[in-house]
Design a protein. Structure first.
Length: 154
């Protein structure tokens, strides 16, 4: 799935029924094979607050897609939703899933994580967690932060 916005993409709050405001690509538990789709967001700014999330997830058989965010000005992740989960960017393999996490890449001028917000690429089952790569673009200066995944526990 691709989202191209000339201004700001903003996801805020969690509904009273516990559902988050979210952009999601998911492999359902009933899946017997097949991978989740990639999520690509190209925008001026991305704001995820009070439980807002971007999520690639597998709960069945199949790997997640990758999550790529290009925000020309900033990415701001702040707070938790009413369900207690943090605002953030997630690429996850749930405990009953079988597959790899596709990883997360964020390219932006400014990145802010506050009030327990997260960037999380992990697996709780069989498979490897994807890498998290953050590239900071400041004028003509580019800094790349690369977070190496830990091996999956056996």
């Amino acid at each position: 799935m691709s989202i191209n916005a000339s201004d700001t993409v903003s996801l805020d709050n969690t509904a009273s029924n516990g559902d988050a405001s979210a952009i999601v690509s998911i492999v359902r538990p009933q899946s017997t094979g097949g991978n989740g789709g990639n999520i690509s967001i190209n925008t001026k700014a991305l704001s995820l607050t009070n439980g807002g999330r971007v999520v690639a997830l597998t709960m069945g058989r199949g790997s997640t897609g990758s999550v790529t965010i290009f925000a020309r000005d900033y990415v701001s992740l702040d707070g938790r939703g009413s369900d207690g989960e943090g605002s953030g960017v997630y690429n996850l393999v749930n405990p009953n899933g079988i597959g790899n996490s596709g990883g997360i890449r964020i390219i932006t001028r400014t990145l802010s994580l506050t009030n327990k917000a997260q960037i999380n690429s992990s697996t709780s089952a069989m498979g490897d967690a994807g890498d998290v790569i953050i590239t900071q673009v400041a004028g003509y200066k580019i800094q790349i932060y690369y977070f190496r995944r830990s091996p999956t526990p056996k």
